[in-house]
Design a protein. Structure first.
Length: 230
């Protein structure tokens, strides 16, 4: 680590962990379960989806970090053009277009998920009609929320802010809300009124509590690191 870069690298660590945990997915996934009327018989399939899906995503995440660390060693990365060089050694001239395609798919998917999740959260709290599969005219306020969110995000992008810096800030700020979102799920996942005999066991509870404690610790340092590390 270069001298005097502790806060900068601390910000990197908090941002990476914040992006990996993605607490909004809890509400997003739960909303899908309610909307599609899942039953206890769907639990095995969802366990497979959770373990394989999140396991694969985490493995890819780790692979990206390792690849970037090897290829970009000694490079002070300041924009996405430099990050694209990660794929040049294995893919040659196709590396940059492939990176652009991957980045586009990732951004498109994340934009849809986060916009929908905000619409779910607002509509559920205010008692509005909501649902991904319902026609907008039957849930106009729900549709208005995710449309407004996408438009507002587009305005931020066209304002000229550096995309990489915006990404780092948003990932670090995700850490701040993680304990607030996850803690209620700990209560619900152990309440027999909601989950019956399908509640968390000791191992599941230990993992969720550990993640929440880690998130709370990161939340305490996220803002100072934003100030001193960016």
């Amino acid at each position: 680590m270069p001298p005097g870069s502790l806060a900068k690298y601390g910000l990197f660590a908090v941002s990476i962990l914040g992006a990996t945990v993605s607490p909004y997915l809890l509400n997003f996934y739960a909303s899908g379960a309610v909307e599609e009327h899942w039953k206890p018989k769907d639990i095995p399939a969802n366990r497979v989806v959770a373990v394989l899906g999140m396991g694969f995503g985490s493995a890819v995440n780790a692979a990206v970090l390792v690849c970037a660390a090897i290829v970009l060693r000694g490079v002070d990365v300041r924009d996405f053009h430099q990050v694209a060089q990660t794929l040049v050694p294995p893919f040659g001239r196709w590396g940059v277009p492939l990176f652009a395609a991957i980045l586009g798919v990732g951004c498109f998917g994340a934009a849809l998920e986060i916009a929908l999740n905000l619409a779910y959260a607002v509509a559920q709290q205010l008692g509005w009609n909501w649902g991904e599969d319902v026609r907008p005219r039957r849930e106009a306020r729900f549709a208005l929320v995710y449309t407004t969110v996408l438009a507002a995000a587009a305005l931020v992008i066209v304002s000229g802010i550096e995309p990489l810096k915006l990404t780092m800030i948003s990932m670090a700020l995700t850490v701040l809300v993680q304990p607030i979102i996850v803690f209620p799920f700990i209560v619900i996942m152990n309440d027999p009124l909601y989950v019956g005999r399908h509640g968390n066991g000791p191992v599941g509870n230990a993992m969720v509590v550990g993640i929440t404690v880690l998130g709370a610790a990161m939340a305490l340092v996220a803002v100072p690191l934003e100030i001193f590390g960016s």
